[in-house]
Design a protein around this ligand. Structure first.
Ligand SMILES: NC(=O)c1ccc[n+]([C@@H]2O[C@H](COP(=O)([O-])OP(=O)(O)OC[C@H]3O[C@@H](n4cnc5c(N)ncnc54)[C@H](OP(=O)(O)O)[C@@H]3O)[C@@H](O)[C@H]2O)c1
Length: 329
C-alpha cells in the first residue's frame, strides 16, 4: 500500500529555532543508530518512520557507522526514502556524521579532511541523496589539527554536499574553539550534539552556556539514557530490550540496582505528573530553551507514540525539580 503522510502532521509538533540560524527543528527528532540496520525488521522500522513523519518529525539523524553492519542504516533509510517518501525530501532535515571507525586503514577514522570528505560521499551514495542537511564531525580528534577538521566541514558545505555543519561530543572548550574557526571560515556551526539526559549531565557544566553565547543549537542524544529512563527496566531486563540484545550498545552491567532504584523514584514523580517516565525525561530536557530538540531512538512505533506525548507538558514546578535533583544526586 502506498504511504500517504498525514495531512495534519504539522499541527501536532512544536518547532524550535536552532541557535541563531534560519532553521527550525522539531522538538522531538528521530535517530537511526539502533533498530534500522540489516539485522532489523524492515516492516518494523518502516512503521516507525511513517509514524514519525505523520507526527511532524522532520529531522532524521544518521551516521556513516549506524547499523549493524555499519552503513546499513543509511542504506535502509535511503531505500525507504525512495520507496515511501518520494516528493518529501524538501520537508526533511537529514543528518549524517563521520568520526568513528568506518573502514580499514588510516583514512577511515577520526577527523582528517580525507576521511570526512570521502565518508560523506559514501553516505550520500548509500542514502541515494545529493546532499545532507547537516553534516557532523562525530567526535573530537586529539591528533588532527582542529583547523583541518573544521575546514573539511567548510569545504563540504561550500561543495553543496551539506547545507550546515555540526559537531558532536566536543567539550565546552573544544566546541568554543571549533565554533570560532567555523565562524572565521564563513560556515557557522549550526548545532552541537552532546549526550545529555537526567543520567548524563556534563553538558550543564559549561557547554550549554557556550552554545547559547555563540548562537548554536543543541540536540541531546540518548535523552532516555538508551531506554533506562523509561518504564522498561522497572522489573529487571526484558528480553526484547537494548540491554539484552547482543547488538545493543547498552550493557547489562549498566542496569545496576542503584539505577533501578532511581528509575523507580523518578517513575513515581512522572506518574504524579500524569506522564510516563519517558515523557517526563524528555520534558525535563525540553524545559530548557537552549535545547533545540531531543534526539530519541525507538525500537517500536508504540514507543515513539509514547515519547511524543512529552510535548503535552514540559513545565515543572520548583518542588518537582527539587525532588528530581534529590533523586539524581
Ligand atoms: N553523536 C553521537 O555520538 C551519538 C551517540 C549515540 C546516539 N546518537 C543519536 O541519538 C539517537 C538516539 O539515541 P538512543 O537510541 O540511545 O536514544 P534513547 O532515546 O535514549 O534510547 C532509545 C531506546 O530506548 C528505548 N525506548 C525508547 N522510547 C521508549 C519508550 N517510550 N518506552 C520504553 N522504551 C523506550 C528503546 O530501546 P529498546 O531496544 O530497549 O526497546 C529505544 O531504542 C541515535 O539514534 C543517534 O541518532 C548520537
Amino acid at each position: 500500500m502506498t504511504y500517504v503522510p498525514a495531512e495534519n502532521r504539522y499541527e501536532k509538533m512544536q518547532y524550535r529555532r536552532c541557535g541563531k540560524s534560519g532553521i527550525k527543528l522539531p522538538a522531538v527528532s528521530l535517530g537511526l543508530w539502533h533498530n534500522f540496520g540489516h539485522v532489523d525488521v524492515t516492516e518494523n522500522y518502516r512503521k516507525i518512520l511513517h509514524l514519525a513523519f505523520d507526527s511532524g518529525i522532520t529531522h532524521f539523524d544518521l551516521a556513516n557507522n549506524y547499523g549493524p553492519p555499519p552503513g546499513s542504516a543509511e542504506e535502509n533509510f535511503g531505500r525507504i526514502l525512495k520507496e515511501d517518501f518520494r516528493g518529501y525530501r524538501d520537508e526533511m532535515i537529514i543528518s549524517s556524521k563521520a568520526g568513528y571507525t568506518m573502514w580499514d586503514g588510516p583514512y577511515g577514522d577520526w577527523g582528517s579532511k580525507k576521511y570526512l570528505v570521502s565518508s560523506l560521499d559514501q553516505s550520500l551514495q548509500r542514502m541515494g541523496i545529493e546532499y545532507v542537511d547537516i553534516f557532523y564531525h562525530h567526535r573530537p580528534d586529539p591528533e588532527t589539527p582542529l583547523e583541518e577538521t573544521m575546514s573539511a566541514l567548510d569545504l563540504i558545505v561550500r561543495q553543496g554536499k551539506a547545507l550546515y555543519a555540526g559537531i558532536s561530543n566536543y567539550s565546552a572548550e573544544e566546541a568554543d574553539k571549533a565554533i570560532a574557526i567555523l565562524k572565521r571560515l564563513g560556515t557557522p556551526c549550526l548545532i552541537h550534539q552532546p549526550k545529555y539526559s537526567m543520567f548524563e549531565r556534563w553538558a550543564e557544566g559549561g557547554l550549554l552556556d557556550v552554545l547559547e553565547k555563540d548562537g548554536v543549537g543543541c540536540i541531546p542524544f540518548s535523552p532516555l539514557a538508551q531506554g533506562l529512563l523509561t518504564n522498561k527496566y522497572l522489573h529487571g531486563i526484558p528480553a526484547d530490550s537494548r540491554a539484552a540484545k547482543p547488538t545493543g550498545f547498552l550493557q547489562e552491567s549498566q542496569v545496576t540496582e542503584e539505577r533501578i532504584s532511581q528509575i523507580k523514584k523518578l517513575n513515581d514523580i512522572a506518574l504524579q505528573r500524569g506522564q510516563t517516565l519517558a515523557q517526563m525525561a524528555l520534558a525535563w530536557l525540553l524545559k530548557d530553551n537552549r535545547v533545540t530538540s531531543v534526539l530519541i531512538g525507538a525500537s517500536r512505533a508504540e514507543q515513539l507514540a509514547d515519547s511524543l506525548k512529552c510535548l503535552d507538558n514540559i513545565v515543572f514546578s520548583k518542588e518537582e525539580l527539587a525532588k528530581i535533583e534529590e533523586i539524581l544526586k
